[in-house]
Design a protein around this ligand. Structure first.
Ligand code: PHB
Length: 359
């Protein structure tokens, strides 16, 4: 069996090891455009087998938080280039997470003060971060079916932009109760017609997006992230096993670079209280490609998962924020730096690029 420190081929992307940096929102892209400080942050973390760069809005309407970096304008594409160049020069690989927040947004962040858009007109039970601090999200407008082809095209164009900016590929963000999961789950999606009701209808938008992105940049450069048991800003689906099982079965023939599964509550318990037991292994058996897992892994549990063949690679979130040289630390058993949680969202270099590497 391979170890966590062995190379891995993810579709068209060759990884030096199986330690992946998870996508992490850091809100340092002033005005939605990547910065030189971001290039330094990602360069520091280039010893990851793969960096999945932070969730990035695919259009102006896709944004839900202040200062997240977009991938829809020429200025953004140009400003991402120093980021991807810095990671490649340091021997790393980097893909971009394509994001539409759906109803998890605030009108002050959207063009012309528009209402956020979603599968539903019911607001999410959550807050978001704006120039006025944390505020309740705005009540969304339910998208008309006729608007969905243009939305799929926004994903396609964002994927093309990401490749033009030098990324090795893209990850479709189908997780954490953002737009695509607002269509997937019957706890949010209250539509009728081709995009509401039975599972194949609720999964239609996600599958159209994945197929369009894979068609645009190649399936071997396209990953997908799912979070069957996350209740971040929406309740669980009434039957997660059937819903996500269907999604995996549908994407299985596409030849995607990887599937990325958040096990349990994102950033929280792997078996959330009140959540049904979930058979991740059944999903994996239905998917022929590389299997990437995430959520609460330590070096030891990650090594065990890869050694047992339960995963091909393991993504680390918060440990990668505070340890730019995480692979070296895991391999040597060196202690990890403490996370400064008050520096996660927004600000400058402090708690961002000033975490020390081992001497
Ligand atoms: C966040 O900004 O809190 C956030 C962003 C993307 C996620 C999850 C959380 O997938």
């Amino acid at each position: 069996m391979p170890t966590l420190y062995d190379p891995l081929q993810l579709g068209d992307i060759a990884l030096a090891n199986r330690i992946v940096m998870a996508p992490l929102t850091r809100n340092r892209a002033t005005g939605g455009v990547p910065t030189a400080l971001m290039a330094e942050y990602y360069r520091q973390r280039a010893s990851a087998g793969l960096i999945i760069a932070e969730a990035s809005p695919i259009s102006p309407m896709a944004q839900g938080y202040l200062d997240t970096p977009g991938i829809y304008s020429d200025a953004q594409v140009a400003a991402w280039r120093p980021v991807t160049d810095a990671v490649h020069a340091a021997g790393g690989r980097i893909v971009l997470q394509l994001w539409h927040v759906g109803r998890i947004s605030h009108s002050s962040l959207l063009p012309g003060g528009a209402a956020p858009v979603s599968s539903t007109a019911r607001p999410a039970p959550t807050k978001t971060f704006t120039k006025d601090g944390f505020v309740d999200v705005s009540t969304p407008r339910a998208l008309d079916d006729a608007e969905l082809p243009a939305l799929v095209e926004d994903y396609r164009k964002a994927a093309r932009n990401a490749i033009a900016a030098g990324f090795d590929g893209v990850e479709v963000h189908g997780a954490n109760t953002y737009l695509l999961e607002q269509f997937l789950r019957d706890s949010v999606n209250d539509r009728n017609g081709p995009y509401g009701g039975p599972i194949p209808h609720r999964a239609r938008l996600l599958l159209e997006v994945v197929r369009a992105v894979a068609d645009e940049v190649g399936a071997g450069r396209t990953g997908l992230r799912l979070s069957p048991l996350t209740t971040f800003a929406a309740p669980l689906d009434s039957n997660p096993q059937a819903l996500y099982g269907y999604v995996v079965e549908q994407v299985a023939p596409l030849g995607l670079a990887y599937l990325h599964i958040i096990e349990g509550e994102t950033g929280g318990p792997r078996q959330p209280e009140g959540a049904p037991a979930f058979d991740y292994a059944a999903l994996r058996r239905a998917f022929p490609g590389p299997w990437l897992v995430n959520n609460g892994y330590s070096g030891a549990t990650a090594e065990a998962a890869v050694a047992a063949g339960a995963a091909d690679a393991v993504a680390f979130g918060r440990p990668f924020i505070s340890n730019p040289d995480l692979p070296r630390r895991l391999k040597s058993g060196a202690p990890l730096n403490e996370l400064r949680a008050d520096k996660l969202y927004g600000g400058g270099a402090e708690g961002y690029t000033d975490y020390p590497a081992l001497a």
